[in-house]
Write a protein that binds this ligand. Structure first.
Ligand code: ADP
Length: 597
């Protein structure tokens, strides 16, 4: 036996070889190994074939191949290091999805514990079924040479679901005809989640905006409806207010709102007409200011009861002062307006002019008084006289029967006079007698009157005297004569015999003043005015004794007033009276007309 070959090898070399040799010999099977020989810095491939004769060893220097291999391995290692440092998953798969290579990040996504567990596996089952078809198409497109990007969901081997974004490009490996796909895949779950959240947020926001918009639109609709309602209500209110205003302003009776202190707050035109004050003038005053003093206390008493709540309204007849000073009778109706809490706000007053009504009432009273006093007296006398005659008791006493007839005649005449004069006065005062005016000579009027009264004067032994005048008056001759004869008749009646009644007339400015003067019994000072009223006589016996009616002077005053003149009397008791009356002189154009004709 020669020396073992490994003994030939320098120190430190050949140990592995020795082991291989020994093993091959012992186990009787060929061995092939590659060995590095540092002293030579070379690689050798040893193939050992045991045989009964010994070991056949082939020894071949493979340094070049080995160096190339190592360089490749280093380069691979280098690449792997780079790839493993890459945070994205980098993998190589076949067209069927078989994993050929994958980096560390890829393993983490696949959730394989070792690279061996992963390599050779088909990755398609890891793709979410919903995206699998798409993924197959995507892979096929890459294989066919078309780079593309796909987002899909996948599940790792341990069940973690992820959203992934994959960029795929075709890959060819030198010396391998099969087509491959190089895919760089990133976990985009966070982004997807963020997107989803954002989408959700957006959706929520949009929903909220939509809800808010809907709310706003509803609120707007409500507002519109409310505004329209308000407009309608306002229009209706305005119309109703206008109606009330018009009703208030145009009411045919006086209406007023009066403050709690009595001030006029609002008045209508009818009230202004009644009291003669314009609305602005009234608003400056109070009801107290223009109320007739005699009626004020009663009015204020009612006002207090209203305010106390004792009564809900009151009515009374009262007088206001007209702006021109005279009293105006009104019917007043007042109620108090309170607020919801019952606090008094203002009074509402209805004021009706009752002057005409009161005048009618006065006339009615007068008429009844006329019937009951004036007419009944002569009628009673007539009936009494005629009644006695009717009994026939005076057949034997013709003088007494004659006397009864005279009394009946006198009273009948008086009754006729009363009726005539009453009707006269009524016609005059109602304006139903139209005076036809003309130019009259005062002298002629006086002459005519004296003629009418002549016989009466003669009987009473009264002298009638006229002072001549050239004065002219403008009036109704008949009515002036009626007035003068009435005055003459009174003068004669109330004068003692053997006295004189004188008549005169003289122009004074625009008027002619007539005087009828007597030397009679005179008139008490306190009756100088009242005797011009109806049925007014100084002495109650005057009607009986003098046959008067008490209407004469009232008729005179009415006639004179309708001529635009005045009538009055001055008197000294037991000395005599002088009645004055004024009548207008003719107007200038009346003279001219007269001359022309
Ligand atoms: P009568 O028909 O009663 O005369 P009058 O109205 O003419 O009515 O007169 C009213 C009253 O006035 C008379 O009743 C009388 O009392 C008084 N009177 C009128 N004229 C005179 C006079 N000249 N002198 C005195 N009293 C007179």
């Amino acid at each position: 036996m020669g020396k073992p070959i490994w003994d030939e090898f320098p120190e430190g070399i050949g140990q592995p070889f020795y082991h291989a040799y020994y093993k091959a010999a012992a186990e009787q099977h060929p061995i092939q190994l590659e060995e590095y020989y540092p002293p030579w810095d070379r690689w050798f491939e040893n193939r050992i074939y045991p045989s009964p004769e010994g070991l056949t060893i082939f020894f071949q220097d493979i340094t070049d191949r080995k160096r190339a291999e190592l360089a490749l391995r280093d380069s691979e290692q280098y690449l792997r290091t780079i790839l493993d440092a890459e945070p994205a998953c980098v993998k190589v798969i076949t067209a069927d999805g078989i994993l050929k290579a994958v980096n560390a990040a890829g393993l983490a996504i696949i959730e394989a514990d070792t690279i061996e567990q992963a390599l050779g596996q088909c990755i398609f089952p890891l793709i979410d079924p919903a995206h699998r078809q798409e993924f197959l198409k995507f892979t096929k497109a890459a294989v066919a040479g078309k780079a593309s990007i796909l987002e899909f969901e996948g599940t790792g081997l341990k069940g973690t679901r992820r959203w992934l974004e994959s960029h795929a490009v075709p890959l060819t490996i030198p010396g391998d005809a099969s087509p491959y796909v190089l895919a760089v895949t990133r976990d985009v779950s966070d982004r997807k989640r963020a997107e989803a959240e954002l989408k959700q947020l957006n959706a929520e926001l949009e929903q909220r905006v939509a809800n808010r918009t809907a709310d706003l639109s509803k609120a707007n609709d409500r507002l519109q409806t409310e505004l329209m309602e308000r407009d309608r209500a306002e229009t209706a209110l305005q119309q109703s207010e206008a109606q009330f205003r018009s009703a208030f302003d145009n009411a045919p009776i006086g209406l007023a709102l009066v403050g709690l202190g009595g001030r006029w707050l609002r008045v209508n035109a009818a009230l202004s007409d009644i009291v003669g004050y314009s609305a602005p003038e009234l608003l400056e005053t109070s009801f107290q200011t223009i109320t007739y003093p005699d009626d004020l206390q009663t009015d204020l008493g009612y006002v207090q009861q209203l305010l106390n709540g004792d009564i809900r309204h009151y009515e009374m007849e009262k007088r206001y002062f007209h702006k021109q000073g005279h009293a105006v009778w009104v019917q007043l109706n007042v109620s108090l307006v309170r607020d919801r809490r019952g606090q008094p706000l203002y009074f509402i007053s209805q004021i009706q002019d009752i002057t005409t009504r009161r005048e009618v009432e006065r006339m009615k009273r007068e008429f009844i008084s006329l019937i009951s006093h004036e007419l009944r007296t002569p009628l009673t006398a007539i009936r009494g006289s005629l009644g006695i005659l009717a009994t026939g008791a005076l057949h034997q006493h013709p003088e007494r029967a004659q006397r009864m007839l005279e009394i009946a005649t006198i009273d009948t005449e008086r009754l006729v006079r009363l009726v005539n004069e009453t009707l006269d006065l009524e016609r005059l005062e109602s304006g139903r007698v139209s005076l036809v005016k003309e130019i009259c000579n005062a002298d002629a009027l006086m002459q005519r009157s004296v003629e009418v009264m002549g016989s009466l004067a003669q009987k009473a032994t009264i002298t009638l005297a006229i002072a001549p005048t050239t004065a002219q008056v403008w009036g109704s001759a008949d009515h002036i004569i009626q007035t003068l004869t009435n005055l003459l008749s009174n003068a004669i009646k109330f004068s003692p015999p053997q006295t004189m009644v004188s008549l005169s007339a003289a122009q004074q400015g625009e008027f002619v003043v007539f005087q009828v003067r007597d030397q009679g019994r005179g008139i008490p000072a306190n009756q100088l005015e009242s005797i011009f009223g109806r049925f007014q006589q100084v002495d109650a016996s005057d009607s009986r004794q003098k046959g008067g009616t008490g209407l004469g002077l009232a008729i005179c005053r009415s006639i004179v007033q309708q001529h635009g003149g005045k009538i009055w009397v001055e008197s000294d008791l037991n000395q005599g009276s002088c009645f004055y009356l004024t009548l207008p002189v003719p107007p200038e154009n009346a003279l001219w007309q007269l001359n022309k004709s």
